[in-house]
Design a binder for this molecule. Sequence first.
Ligand code: BG6
Length: 447
Amino acid sequence: MRQIIVQFGGTGDLAQKKLYPAYRNLLNKGYDFTVIALGRRYPDCEAFIKGMEIENNSDFHKHLEYVHYDMADPTGIGNLEQKIDDIIDCATSIELIYYIALQPSLYEEAIKQIKIIDSHVSCSISKKIVVEKPFGFDSASARRYNKILSQAFTDEEIYRIDHYLGKEFMQNLLIMRFHNDIIRSIWNNRTIESIQIIFDETHGVDQRLGFYEKIGVVRDTIQNHILQIVTYLTMSEPASFSPEDIATEKIKVLRSIKPIQDYHLGRYESLGSAGGRRINTPTYAALKLYVNTFYYAGIPIYIRTGKMQGKAVSQIYVKFKNTTKTVMNDDKIRENGVIINTHPELTIDISMNLKEPNTSWKSKPVKFRFNHAETFGVNTPEAYEQIVEKILQSDKSLFPTMREILESWRIVEPMLNETQDIEIYPDHTRPKFAKRMIAKDHLKWFV
Ligand code: BG6
């Protein structure tokens, strides 16, 4: 089958930084597809390749086409139709994969244009549509966008992206939890005291101001990446690792989480004057939530995430109850923990207390570490490469379903209220509310 990816937003940041490297690696791996990049920025393919810094004569270069495409100008459609006609041959079966890396507000127009393009192709084709996160701005708009997509695509043909599901650490969470009896038996509210999820980034919104100022941290990462991490940490075992069975368990988790009430928002100082306008989009959040299922109810999950921080941290900390210190009547005995670091490399530590040499019955916490790169080498595919590979293979295991997306919007809905207080934090510092929120529960952030 001949697969053709029609890349809307083909000159954007996501395409350049994530998608084109993923396409290049997949072509090197032996996949065979053509990419038609659509964009307004460059007049022709030569300028596009130069401007996007794509190596000339690479394998990717040979599979790449460019069409100057302005969604507001109907001549673009004709140019794209012509390009598709030049490429396809009706003797081979054809699959058109429309990849929409655009603002959700442009979906409606994109679908209108896709319908025209589809009706122009005279041979029979199969098709898919890929849409980036966030899927909508809230529950109502997500429903509306889904309705628009379903005018031209079945649910089976719609791939809603959350690139975190393509990350090795996410898939490893499920394997760690469900392929190990010892982990299964301790992974519940009888033994876990609290969980922290920390995703701090040092960079700001950079070139993505136009996108980010309408979105903010809640829609950018909490409604999707963070809630997906929560589901992977707390779902029950799926009947199998099939997409349907995993989705069933994830939905149970999401449905058990109440709309978030305990949260704070912040914005880094220099963003306020970016672009010569006043911008008050939240770039940082700290929040607490509970998963109210039988095995996880009562475990507070503390989350802190955002931009322009002093140090990049991507960490999950699972803290176990410390009954030992009472039983052994020794306050110095530390709790056990599982610490998952996902950046710059994936490590999983289990922290245990063992005897400190030359002491009489004194213990010290030590870490048993798994280092992914040391064990398996450094050639793990990037998240987007795994995601695109699944799209080419028509495998939906790494894509959130529409139900998950709607439940996630319901959970973050209180955080979307536009009139709430936003703390301004100096660049590269942590907003004060992060410490305050967790200190209220007599706890500290692990890092
Ligand atoms: C993206 C967000 O989805 O995820 C970005 O839009 C964020 O704002 C990024 O920086 C983080 O992804 P990763 O793969 O760098 O952890």
